[in-house]
Design a protein around this ligand. Structure first.
Ligand code: GLU
Length: 309
């Protein structure tokens, strides 16, 4: 079977390149400032050996918030829905990803969903393991399985840079600890969370992860399921309702693909039963999504009729 999705990618990338100029590389994690705002790359995986890719598709970048999708799947596999959703809700929020506002205004005080930072911290606190090292090993192993890349690891500089500057996330965690959503040492949780966010991939890894999610956790190269059907379904639903920060509604209308973005400029897309898309474009729009990446996904979705709606 020949993948027919790749053939117009080059042209589409040329079309969206100009958008990078109106975006900005994330600077609140100092190490992310090293990225080149002009970069844009994409890979598409259709389940065959071949990954169609263009642009900076081999440049490594950190998962950042894309990791939230994977820790959610792992926490659900570790504990089941009842435990996980006793700590985090299922509703989108119109607030920025790092906002504390809804934690304070909602009773009981639990984060609205696992895709905002507060919710992700609560989910991360549930990952099983006797130490952060063991938890991180489990998570990295999971990412390696989903991507089929046994070399994946985390970027120590990015993790350290975020750990040293993560006072907003620390404050979310302290607030949740006070309200019984999480327990244990806040900095131990932050250590694991910042390493989780610093797991490094390229567009092709991300496209395979997207494909695994699109196919209910099926291994991209082999034929077995890594994530149970129901959990993959649930995770993709969160990607639709909350995956693109407070631009998720517009993204559902303009693109209509379950997706999750991160402040490093990565976006993973999972077309149910179809392709996986991995995208990198570190210049971000004001909501924290890759500015050229959003446009590129809009073009890809329109061209190949990929919207699920
Ligand atoms: N590590 C980042 C943070 O917690 C992830 C944010 C994101 O990619 O949206 O601030």
């Amino acid at each position: 079977m020949v993948c027919h999705y790749g053939k117009d990618l080059k042209e589409m990338i040329e079309q969206v390149k100009g958008y990078t100029k109106s975006g900005k590389v994330a600077d609140y994690i100092p190490a992310l400032l090293k990225a080149n705002g002009d970069d844009i790359g994409v890979a598409i995986f259709d389940g065959n050996e071949t990954c169609f890719s263009e642009g900076e598709h081999h440049k490594p970048f950190t998962l950042q918030s894309i990791s939230k999708v994977l820790t959610l799947a792992l926490a659900l596999m570790d504990h089941g829905e009842d435990v996980v959703f006793s700590k985090v809700g299922m509703e989108p929020t119109g607030d920025p990803f790092n906002s504390i506002a809804k934690l304070e205004s909602h009773i009981p005080s639990k984060p609205l969903n696992p895709m905002i930072n507060a919710g992700a911290l609560a989910v991360t606190s549930l990952i099983k393991g006797s130490s952060n090292e063991e938890k991180l090993d489990r998570l990295i192993q999971f990412v390696r399985e989903l991507s089929g890349n046994s070399q994946i690891t985390y970027n120590q500089n990015v993790a350290k840079s975020e750990f040293e500057t993560a006072d907003l996330n620390r404050s979310l965690a302290y607030f949740m600890k006070q309200h019984g959503v999480i327990s244990g040492e806040v900095d131990v949780l932050l250590d694991f969370y910042t390493k989780q966010c610093a797991i490094e991939v390229d567009c092709e890894d991300l496209a395979k992860i997207g494909y695994s999610l699109a196919h209910q956790g099926e291994h991209p190269d082999k034929n077995y399921s890594i994530i149970p059907f129901e959990i993959a379904r649930l995770v993709k639903t969160f990607m639709v309702t909350c995956g693109m920060y407070n631009a998720s509604g517009e993204f559902a209308i303009r693109v209509g693909i379950p997706a999750k973005s991160g402040v490093s400029g990565g976006i993973v897309g999972a077309v149910p039963g179809g392709i996986g898309i991995g995208l990198y474009g570190p210049a971000l729009d004001e909501k924290g999504n890759s500015i050229a990446g959003m446009k590129l996904l809009e073009l890809i979705s329109a061209k190949y009729h990929l919207s699920i709606f």
